[in-house]
Design a protein. Sequence first.
Length: 494
Amino acid sequence: MPHRPASALSRRTLLRAGGAAFAAAALGGTGLAAPDAGALKAGLAGPTPVTAAGELVEVELVAKERMLRILPEPAGPSPLITYADSFPGPIIRMRKGQRLRATLVNGLGEHTSIHWHGIRLPNLEDGVPYLTQPPTKPGERHVYEFTPPDAGSFFFHPHCNTVELLGRGLAGVLIVEEPDAPKVDADVVCLVKDWQLDKTGKFGTFMTDRGASRAGTFGSVSTVNGAIEPVIEVPANGDIRARLYNIDSTRVVDLRVEGAEAWIIAVDGNPLPPRPLDGWPMGPAMRIDVLFRAPPKAGQTLRLTNVYSAEPRPLATFRAVGPSLPNKRFKPRALPASAIPEPDLKDAPIIPMAFSATAVAQSFDAAALPGLPYADALCLSAKTFWAINQQSWPEGGHERLPPPLVTLEKGRSYIFELANLTPHLHPIHIHGYTFKVLSSDARKVVPHHADTVLLEPKERLRVAIKADNPGDWMFHCHIIEHQDTGMMGYIRVA
Ligand code: C2O
Ligand code: CU
């Protein structure tokens, strides 16, 4: 819902991400010589940085199909769906305190909306069709406007038919810079995403019953910033901040920068006391910011790898370029603290949230019934495999809203006990809030803030919030096939 502070209009900067024309204003005070200079060279047209100097950052996001190349020749370009003329695109960079006004233009054949993942924003701007706004129909526009309260690495994506739309690339990056962040020599974005493509460049099936009822359907091609094993150039001997995003719909990754000492400095955009990067699995939608020193001489390389699977997989190469920057001591400093309200744990009721397979889906084994239309045979909705507190989101979209999972009293603190009753991983995401991650019955938890937490099989994990942000907020698994087949609900804060 547009609110238009008149004072901001005079100082606005208009940026257009949908068309070819891109008016990027000066990098007012960001302290970055060339954001994403390296990543720009990595595949396709590269990410499109959007930065602005004024109080208001305006951007137009035209969601539509665009033919873009993911696979090398002889494969053809692929019919991606994007918010800009490239993948990834756009990368919106703004400073903490700036206001964002983003206009979604729906150039798709279906309704859509934009959800601003990880941002503690007013409920009306949250972008969930039917729950927080009417769906934006084909040809329509919708204006979002808010001032992100926290710095960090965020992103945005649609919230209906996400399995196909995100599968085809519909996502963008929103970076909110700390005014007083420790200086770095380069700040790069790495978006890890698989694509479901055949050899010719055509998209395959994004959702299968077999995948949806288990770990999900994995893509066939792994990329960083839409490129297969790209080379990302970084200044030789420079300190590099890399914002590592898992924007895949299915895959869990555990990233390493091989050959360098790398430190995690933020999780889901939230500052973390620096700790070595050696085991921080990220489910879909999870992000970490890492800091590392680029190799001292031009031409030397480091590797970004995913070590989650038995076979470590190379994802990208960081290659040092340019004259060696002067030697300085490499010492990761903590990012400035965010202002996430501290939950009062003494006074906090414990809300159980149980993630399970639906009773009927549990009772059959699809593998044992090859070729059987088991869903029909069992009168089970083919699209409901999962539940939260035994409640499944109704099949077929958001039109029929179920009651909230729980209603919380505004201003009180709550502990959610997230119980995974399944043998699969589930990255659990809350809208409009940032969890304080407290403890697990299965592992030692590093205390941190996050908007998405990876629940291990059979694990019970406790997270807390202070319920200060009123509204109806989605609460769901971010493995998109799980989300779309029932593992989704919402909490009400009133
Ligand atoms: Cu990125 Cu409802 O989620
Ligand atoms: Cu899940």
